[in-house]
Design a protein around this ligand. Structure first.
Ligand SMILES: [Zn+2]
Length: 129
């Protein structure tokens, strides 16, 4: 019997149990989209004062991933990596808003242009003779 496969068996999933802990919970995507990606706030985050509690004294921060890095080299290699690119792609999609959840529950206001579903309902109401 040959060697059982040991490498490439997990697909970019880091420690699952550690990621589920509340104390490592990072910022949510909508928080980043609406607050952190604002140019003024972004500049603020990238030039933080020295903080001895944070990794790398809070000098190497990735705004998209809301994560601190130890060194500049670590940060630049992170920017090139898959995790960061996937995150950027997620951030390009519109955030899930309260309005959207209300629309899903059928509480939303009727918008200016009729949606596909209402158009279909109107068609159904045409009497068949
Ligand atoms: Zn990143």
């Amino acid at each position: 019997m040959g060697r059982l496969r040991r490498s490439r068996v997990h697909n970019a999933r880091r420690d699952v149990h550690r990621a589920a802990r509340t104390r490592v919970r990072g910022r949510d995507l909508d928080q980043i989209q609406m607050l952190d990606l604002d140019p003024k706030r972004r500049a603020e985050l990238e030039a933080q004062p020295l903080d001895f509690e944070k990794p790398g004294l809070a000098q190497h921060y990735c705004v998209e991933c809301a994560k601190y890095y130890e060194t500049d080299a670590a940060l630049t290699s992170h920017w090139r990596g898959k995790v960061h690119k996937r995150r950027c792609k997620q951030l390009k999609e519109p955030a899930y808003t309260i309005e959207e959840s209300e629309r899903a529950a059928g509480l939303g206001r009727e918008t200016r242009k009729p949606t596909l579903t209402t158009a279909m309902i109107v068609e159904d109401e045409v009497p068949v003779t």
